[in-house]
Design a binder for this molecule. Structure first.
Ligand SMILES: [Zn+2]
Ligand SMILES: [Zn+2]
Length: 149
């Protein structure tokens, strides 16, 4: 985890003014990969006190636009944020509990960016979401100790 001054440097390098909420949101995203906005608001409030929803939304939008955080939104899920940017990693999403985990790019550097036909586009990102069941959800349910029927 970067230190506060490192978060401040990240902000400055991205030409963003350093503010308490921005540092707190950045810190929350680093500490809680794939957290949704509500969880981030909770973490930020625990850190800097009362910050409005709107303020956190605005900071997330600014950080995303500056490339400091990445916004992912698997279909059917709310937007989630993470600090792993620009490494072209992919995500595994559980269909049942919606747990998200990172998976590195399937074949190394950024080869997923080599589309079979790029139609002349200058491609800089490939977003791959693998859907399935996580090990917990795929396992048969444990016998319920409270079920005496
Ligand atoms: Zn699951
Ligand atoms: Zn990720």
């Amino acid at each position: 985890m970067p230190t506060t001054s490192e978060y401040e440097r990240l902000l400055r390098d991205a030409a963003l003014r350093v503010t308490r909420p921005r540092v707190a949101v950045l810190q929350a995203v680093y500490g809680h990969p794939h957290a949704d906005t509500d969880s981030i608001i909770g973490v930020v409030r625990a850190d800097v006190g009362d910050v409005s929803h709107q303020a956190v939304y605005d900071v997330l939008r600014a950080l995303t636009a500056a490339g400091l955080v990445r916004r992912i939104q698997p279909s059917g899920s709310v937007a989630r944020y993470e600090s792993r940017v620009a490494d072209n990693h992919h995500h595994l999403v559980c269909r049942t509990c919606a747990t998200i985990v990172d998976v590195d790019c399937a074949t190394g550097e950024t080869p997923c960016l080599t589309a079979s036909d790029d139609h002349g586009y200058d491609i800089d990102e490939a977003e791959v979401v693998y859907w399935g069941l996580c090990p917990d959800c795929a396992a048969p349910p444990p016998p319920d100790p409270h079920d005496h029927r």
